[in-house]
Design a protein around this ligand. Structure first.
Ligand SMILES: C[S@@+](CC[C@H](N)C(=O)[O-])C[C@H]1O[C@@H](n2cnc3c(N)ncnc32)[C@H](O)[C@@H]1O
Length: 216
């Protein structure tokens, strides 16, 4: 699914990202630790307030965003930067994906596609750490309220259901400071389908009955 109104949305979020105080509801260390020594993709890194902490702990650090300016800003700070134009794209395979204060920027019509995007970019058994704001009173008076960008808070239960639909097991969820929920989820291992039972050859080939292979 192509990202709708990509330029307009990018500009809008770029203008509001700078307003987030550096320490405001950063990802708690406990959850950063679960990204330890892995290839990590951070989606929506904004002004990069988690970048140094993630890089200290991880083997590889890539970023992805719908905003070309943000991707370019990370040219020297990340191993790779990916511009997201379509949630159907694979940009790499990661052990963990972090999307912090991003989910409310995804429109309701995009939610399933966004979660599927996380899935196609994870290795088997890979995990995600995301949060979702749950109380927009904190934004009163800010441009984010009634913004025309389809910014939306979500019920925790709806996010969890959408994650399960896509194939994630939710491993942890908790409220953070009363205004967002943290959710960790792991990609379920693919169920390998049993091979179809071997059929016995009973038909005659070229008029001859097949002989059993003496070596078997
Ligand atoms: C509120 S900022 C959060 C920045 C950072 N994660 C933090 O906690 O400081 C939202 C980030 O998500 C990006 N973003 C907005 N809409 C997006 C979308 N539909 N898909 C992916 N990223 C998006 C923005 O460009 C921005 O980098």
């Amino acid at each position: 699914m192509k990202i709708s109104r990509q330029d307009e949305r990018s500009r809008f979020w770029r203008d509001t990202v700078g307003k987030i105080p550096h320490d405001y509801n950063r990802i708690p260390l406990k959850y950063l630790r679960c990204l330890n020594a892995r290839d990590v993709l951070e989606i929506g890194p904004g002004n990069g307030r988690h970048t140094q902490d993630i890089k200290k702990q991880c083997k590889g650090y890539d970023v992805a965003d719908i905003d070309q300016k943000i991707v370019s800003d990370f040219a020297d700070k990340a191993d790779n930067g990916h511009l997201i134009t379509d949630y159907a794209s694979a940009v790499g395979k990661y052990d963990a994906i972090l999307a912090w204060f991003v989910l409310h920027h995804i429109t309701s019509g995009e939610l399933g596609d966004f979660l599927a995007f996380l899935k196609i970019n994870l290795r088997p058994g890979g995990e995600i750490v995301i949060n979702t704001p749950c109380d927009y009173r904190i934004y009163q008076g800010d441009a984010i309220k009634d913004d025309g960008m389809h910014t939306t808070e979500r019920e925790l239960a709806d996010v969890i259901e959408a994650l399960r639909d896509v194939g994630f097991d939710v491993t942890d969820e908790m409220a953070q400071s009363g205004d967002s929920y943290i959710i960790c989820a792991r990609l379920k291992p693919a169920v390998s389908k049993p091979l179809p039972a071997t059929r016995k050859i009973t038909k005659k080939l070229d008029g001859k009955t097949p002989r059993p292979n003496p070596e078997v």
